[in-house]
Design a protein around this ligand. Structure first.
Ligand code: AMP
Length: 307
């Protein structure tokens, strides 16, 4: 029983209304791995880094059950770099810089010992690389979940549509759902996106929670109202890691269990935003996670008399 995760391992520079960091570890696969490894081991990572990526970060991830056989280290190049600035609402941000660096020549190779994994998390990455990983797997995983972003919709839409045909669950935020579908109504957008391939669609709405669509069903999970939000970077990837981590742990990919999984994802994302980068994810314990999930239960649980 294992989970393969694919995505970036990166450096980020982040500016929020509350502070600024010039160089902090980030990347979609980094956040997914920190979140998912609380629920399932091994997490089998596929990514690429340059000569600048900290050894201590690799060691930390390894100690959490993240396997690095699929992480290529390029000796003479730099790691992927992304920089973003958040607006006052902290729900929207502008990308300032995307330096592909090592990612420009990345050709992911699925290690032999990763074959046979039941779950595949395609973290945010060039769509054609996501597709290449799917195509290398000798047995199709039980569930393929895909994350992406507007950047790839702008520059690689045709490739992205090819991947969509092969995945079970797509995760996007509300503006990306609108961009991909050309529809303003999220219900119409969901119907259109599901007709492109994925049977399940999750639309994340930042501090306003997340929607899960499947056929004619829809489920809503709130985000926890937090007193302090420092840095939303990686919240989407952390959500994805919690979501697929829970499904992989329980080996149940029903719509009912996905409802629980999006609560787990929301709980993990609520930790991520409390500090810059993945720092907070490194501190939390299993007890912190179950206490936070209980907070979600209390947040939405109420008795009502039928009128
Ligand atoms: P999120 O806030 O969940 O959307 O994820 C932010 C993380 O995604 C950052 O740590 C970035 O390093 C990484 N990232 C930003 N842009 C891209 C991109 N175009 N492809 C892959 N990863 C990216």
């Amino acid at each position: 029983m294992s989970l393969i995760t694919v995505g970036t391992m990166a450096f980020d520079a982040i500016e929020t209304p509350f502070g600024k960091v010039d160089k902090i570890v980030g990347g979609s696969a980094t956040y997914v791995a920190y979140a998912a490894s609380n629920f399932i081991k091994p997490v089998q990572q596929i990514s690429i880094v340059g000569n600048d990526f900290p050894e201590v970060e690799m060691t930390e991830l390894t100690s959490r059950g993240v396997e690095m056989d699929g992480v290529e280290v390029v000796a003479d190049k730099k790691s992927f770099f992304w920089s973003g600035r958040y607006h006052l609402d902290m729900n929207t941000r502008d990308t300032l810089v995307t330096d592909l660096n090592v990612l420009a020549d990345f050709n992911p190779i699925v290690p032999e010992n990763y074959q046979g994994a039941d779950f595949l998390m395609l973290g945010n990455l060039m769509p054609k690389l996501q597709l290449s990983v799917i195509n290398q797997l000798t047995t199709r995983p039980k569930l393929i979940v895909m994350d992406t972003m507007n950047f790839w919709m702008d520059i690689a839409l045709d490739d992205l549509k090819e991947v969509l045909k092969k995945v079970d669950v797509l995760l996007v935020n509300d503006s990306e759902a609108r961009q991909l579908s050309g529809e303003f109504s999220l219900v119409k957008a969901a119907r259109k996106i599901m007709s492109m391939g994925p049977k399940f669609l999750i639309i994340k709405k930042g501090e306003h929670g997340a929607l899960l669509f499947n056929e004619n069903h829809v489920f809503f999970a709130p985000a926890l109202p937090l007193e302090e939000v420092f840095d939303p970077t990686g919240a989407g990837d952390t959500f994805a890691g919690g979501f697929i981590g829970h499904l992989a742990k329980t080996q149940d990919i029903s719509f009912e269990n996905m409802k629980t999984a999006i609560i787990v994802g929301s709980a993990m994302a609520s930790f991520c935003v409390e500090k810059f980068g993945p720092e907070r994810l490194k501190e939390i314990t299993q007890k912190d996670i179950s206490d936070r999930i209980q907070q979600f239960v209390r947040l939405v649980n109420f008795d009502i008399d039928l009128v």
